[in-house]
Design a protein around this ligand. Sequence first.
Ligand SMILES: Cc1ncc(COP(=O)(O)O)c(C=O)c1O
Length: 441
Amino acid sequence: MTTEAVDLLVADLHPALGDPALTSMNFLNEVSERYPAAVSLAAGRPYEEFFDVAAVHRHLETFHRHLVDDLGHRPEQARRLLLQYGRTKGIVHHLIARNLAVDEQITVDPEAVVVTVGCQEAMFLVLRALRAGPADVLLAVAPTYVGLTGAARLVDLPVWPVAGGPTGVDLADLRAQVRRARAQGHRPRACYVMPDFANPSGVSIDTADRRRLLALAAEEDLLLLEDNPYGLFPVDDGPRPPTLKALDTDRRVVYLGSFAKTVLPGARVGYVVADQRVAGTDGRVGPLADQLAMIKSMVTVNTSPIAQAVIGGRLLEHGCSLVPANTRERAAYSRNMRHLVAGLTRRFPADPDRPAAVRWTVPAGGFFVVVTVPFEVDDALLDISARDYGVLWTPMAHFYDDTVPVRALRLSVSAVTPEQIDVGLDRLAALITDVLARSAD
Ligand SMILES: Cc1ncc(COP(=O)(O)O)c(C=O)c1O
């Protein structure tokens, strides 16, 4: 209990403040700050070894030249576009549309793109727009990215979990939840889903289920919010499955994009493709993107044009494809994923006579592996792990929007070296062995 004089009570502020969905990221950051020597298998940050300050300047210059040479802007116009307040929907929308065509076979009108301050802002804008009244709810495949849950809290939109399961989305449960919500007088506005190497589950939805999901969305008249920050990082070579948006023929899918993992997290640039046709109060029909831009104009005004130019320059330097641009990154994540899975197999060998006490997922890509253990994994255990064992990970409970105990933790392979993975896994194995021994006493 604080004895300091206070001016305001959190209870008098927005109810989302103090909610676990909002405090989760801060809590996890605080733990890693408190134990800087601990190996972090918690952070889902991109690999830093390839960060290049000189490249940022080059990208900026490339985009500047594009404005003058390709788009025919006069020097003072180009300067204004880069340095002045700007178009709410952004200045690299045409390059994003080209990138989606080249990398994902998604055809979009650049006018349906809003460039945002990270994907996080894109999620916020979409949820703010969709939440029209107290009957509205959002469905989200569980476990769910905590940034989505937190954004929903801020716009007073309840999140109803839909079972993810081994296939990435339990379609029967999705249909049941839609019908249950409607039967109770609620209006499910959309279902949030991450078909490619989901955060935190690592699970992907196969192409047949993607088609079924779209068919179900059409039958139930439901929007899908597709979040795809990790799709370019499969472990193995070979064709990537089509995104939902690429398969979407009737504007069911709002596509959320991030350049944090594929270009630079510090640029804080993401986007949303919202081509749903909305009839305005004046009777004119335009893309949902225009409504999102209206909200954006009151939240961040416009995304930094300097940051957009850095992303735009990188896109231009690679023919608008981020696949070859991420060859080194993909190789590092792929190597780390294989190394982590092999390391788990070595440290927790299968015993043919006993069911496995410790199990883990083997994702086909992305950053995350989920380890399931026979005891509850909570923040207190994370604290013990950081303090006494020197290893950080994320309790899976942070990705469930309830207080039911969860016996699983998330490991991330993105910001570490194979050597750090080895040290981290040795320490994690020691922790798990000790907890199991204690519970056997
Ligand atoms: C699933 C998911 N969506 C969105 C984001 C946020 O992306 P951005 O950094 O572009 O805001 C993240 C970040 O880790 C994420 O994992």
